[in-house]
Design a protein around this ligand. Sequence first.
Ligand SMILES: [Zn+2]
Ligand SMILES: [Zn+2]
Length: 277
Amino acid sequence: MDSTQTNPFDSHIANPRINGFSYPPDARQIAVGVYIAFSSAVVFTLCINVVDQGAARVYLVAVFTALLLSMLGNGFALSCSNPVDPHVSAVWKSGVEGKLDEPPTDDRVSKFCWVCKAHVETDSLHCRYCDKCIPRLDHHCFYVNNCIGRRNYGLYISSLISIFLYSSAQAAASVVSFVAAAQKPSKVGAFNLSLPAFQSIVLIPGILSFAFSIFIADLLRLHILLYFKGMTTLEYSHYLDERTGSKTMSIGQVLFPKKRKAKAIVPDTADVEQEGI
Ligand SMILES: [Zn+2]
Ligand SMILES: [Zn+2]
């Protein structure tokens, strides 16, 4: 890079988000929180109460509590994580901005980010939502409002697995309690609801959880595919863009690539790096 080059982002003052709880929240993040609160309340106050046997009920409470705590623990840890490039966090801590013509501090860095004002790792990309560089940026997840990169990718996958297990169990509990309630003589659930009211309430999170579990299963399938391709979600979406000629990424393109017309082009890493500024 030419050392006489001037900063093309002079007018941009970096305002990085620290993690998923940094202000402002995303509407999708709030929607997920509301869904978890609503579906958990329905499971614990209505679905499990249909079971008459005390021992079976205790067992179900224990299973759902473990699944819920696992999902909340993983989601909380992922939201709290900060996958920033360590060379950028070093600039934050020291308050000393890097300079383009300074020699790199170690052989892992190969490019300079004008916004972060730091030499960053070879595979770091600058997230425009978090306004900071992330090593091996996979994507920005709006459901936790945080970046997914090398430093928190394992947490992301364990979060997906725990969400899949919880939402699948939640959907199954809704179906089973919906059917079992019809065999009850009168009022059902902790609030002595009429049968139509009970079935209507358990059906809503049941349908949502079923759809959610299908969506998460497809995401897991995508990440298994990415593992074998050795690509990130961003690289794969660029690859699909090249194949289809599309300029925007859609979830359908990522999840159902076989439905698109094929044109064999190997992903160009230079194109991806350009996004890293
Ligand atoms: Zn940056
Ligand atoms: Zn981000």
